[in-house]
Each structure stands twice: as C-alpha cells, then as structure tokens.
Write a protein that binds this ligand. Structure first.
Ligand SMILES: [Zn+2]
Ligand SMILES: [Zn+2]
Length: 319
C-alpha cells in the first residue's frame, strides 16, 4: 500500500514537473495558433506543400530508390540525405510560423520619430521598413511578403528560416528530379516524344487510357518535383538576390538601395552572424544586428557643427 502510494506520488510529481516545464511551450503554441489568421488560399497552399513534400519523399524512398540502386550503402546514403532535406524543409517552415516578427508585444514610442510613420490599423507608430499586413492584422518588422505556405508574414526575424526553407526545397526537388530521370523514362517505355508529352499532360494521357493508373501516379510525382524545382528555384534566386542587396520585395520594386552595405554585411543582416550553422541545424542561434527599430544606411550623415549653426543664426539676425 505504502509502496503504491509512493509510486503514485512519484508519478504525480513527475508528471507535474513535466507539465510545468511544458507550460511555456503550450502557451507559445497557443499564441502562434491565434496569430495564425489563416485564409482559404493560405490553408490550401500549406496543405498542398506538406502533402507534396511527404508524398514525393516516400515515392523516392520506397519506389524509386529500390529500383535504381542495388548497393546497400548507396541506398542508406540517399535515404539519410532525403531525411535530412525533408526535416530541414519542415523544421524551417515551422520556424517561419513560430518566430513572431510582428510589432505586437513590442512597446513602440508614442512620439513620431523622423522616417517613422503612423499605422492607423494598429493605432501605433511604426519604424522604417515596417509595414502593415491585412492578413496578419499587424505591422511586420522589415516586412518582405506574406507567405501563403506558412500562412504568415516573412520579415526581419523569420527571413533566415524562409531562405533555408527555400534552399532545401529547391535542393530536394532537384535531387528527386535527377533520380526520377533514371526511373520514369523506363516506366514510360523509354525516352521518346510520347514520354515527354506524358510529362506535360499526364492527366489527359491517363484519361484516354495511354497510361495505367500506377504509371500515371509515378509521372505525377515526377512532374511535381520538376515543376517544384523550377518554381521554388526561381523564388530562391529572387530572394537571395534581394538578400545580397539588403532589399525587401517592396524596396526592390521601388528601387530603394539605401540599406545596401556590401554583400557580406547584407548577408549577416538577413541570416545573422552564424550563417553557416543555420543550414545544418535550424534551431541554432544566429543573432541579427538590428532590433527592427533602426537600420544602418549607406547614406553619409552630415552633421553641422554647433558653432557654424550659431554663426548662421547671428548672420540671419544681423542682416
Ligand atoms: Zn499596422
Ligand atoms: Zn501577413
């Protein structure tokens, strides 16, 4: 009896400690969920991305890999690479959603500073490069764009995760596309005009009975990886170009170049000081040299000495 009571107490205390430790995590998840004002298009994009990534990954792992690779170590090598790429994609996407880059919970000054503006929706002053997002219903520090895949805005604090997410998504699509080339042409009966056309409109080919259902599914995965590579690769090039010029999408469209400090400083301003580590481990610390309230510019700041000002004042008074 005593032993049972002691055991119960230990279990109770143990679970109590565990829950107590997990409480801040649940609170953060709750705030993330309520911050996540998902629209239909955002929800569809998110669901499509998760389905596509996991579906292509399991297709490559369970169907393509056993067919084209016989050596055990090579199978293991590709499987480990695949796991690493998929985990990097999903964890960085989660971090884009998790890290709050909005001005909510930040106490902003009530006096309007030079270059700041007033946001009527938030009823608060907003620093330079901060813009309001109607979907997120908040001002976003160094706002770049509203990401439909994540269902939130990409800005100052979560840009590094977004870049790494795009990087691994592009690598993953390219990896899958290269491997599919060895597999899909064989499944379609060799490289020919027919197999290329089947890649362009696989649904039509299946509908008219030129492809059986299994080959149609294989072709769909191959198309998904190929189109994904072209689409996401294009996005990656666009955002890396902006990153190396320290421009947001808005600044790029309006040809604003005043934050360009040279590619190395621009890289640190976006990815943080540990820009190598974040590609290996998404949760690694990588401090950004800005709090979002002010940003260094390449404009030369002229300061007029005090005695010149006084002389000017005196001259104005005398003449
Ligand atoms: Zn606002
Ligand atoms: Zn937004």
């Amino acid at each position: 009896m005593r032993f049972g009571q002691a055991l119960l107490r230990i279990v109770y205390q143990h679970t109590k400690i565990k829950w107590f430790k997990l409480a801040p995590l649940f609170l953060e998840l709750k705030t993330m969920f309520f911050r996540w004002r998902i629209t239909f298009s955002d929800g569809f994009s998110f669901a499509f991305l998760i389905t596509a990534v996991t579906s292509v990954f399991f297709f490559e792992l369970l169907i393509v890999l056993p067919k084209i690779e016989e050596r055990f170590f090579m199978k293991l090598f590709h499987a480990v690479n695949g796991f690493f790429i998929v985990l990097s994609i999903l964890s960085n996407l989660f971090m884009v959603m998790w890290v709050n880059t909005s001005t909510k919970k930040v106490i902003l000054p009530s006096v309007l500073k030079p270059l700041w503006h007033f946001c009527a929706a938030c009823e608060a002053n907003a620093p330079p490069r901060t813009f309001h997002c109607d979907k997120c219903n908040s001002c976003i520090f160094k706002r770049d764009h509203h990401c439909a895949f994540a269902g939130c805005c990409v800005g100052l604090k979560n840009m590094r995760y977004f870049i790494v997410f795009l990087f691994y998504l592009t690598i993953g699509c390219l990896y899958a596309s290269i491997y599919n080339m060895y597999f899909i042409w064989e499944a379609l009966g060799g490289f020919s005009l027919f197999s290329v056309a089947a890649h362009i409109v696989p649904f039509v080919f299946w509908l008219f009975g030129y492809l059986n259902f299994l080959v149609f599914i294989y072709t769909m995965h191959s198309v998904l990886a190929l189109v994904g590579f072209l689409f996401v690769g294009n996005l990656l090039v666009f955002h890396v170009q902006n990153m190396l010029r320290n421009q947001t999408t808005f600044e790029k469209n309006h040809n604003i170049k005043e934050y360009d400090l040279g590619w190395r400083k621009n890289l640190v301003a976006c990815l943080g000081t540990n820009y190598f580590k974040i590609f290996i481990y998404p949760f690694s610390e990588s401090p950004i040299p800005s709090d979002g309230l002010s940003f260094p510019t390449n404009k030369i700041q002229y300061t007029v000495p005090q005695h010149v000002l006084t002389e000017n004042n005196l001259r104005q008074r005398h003449f």
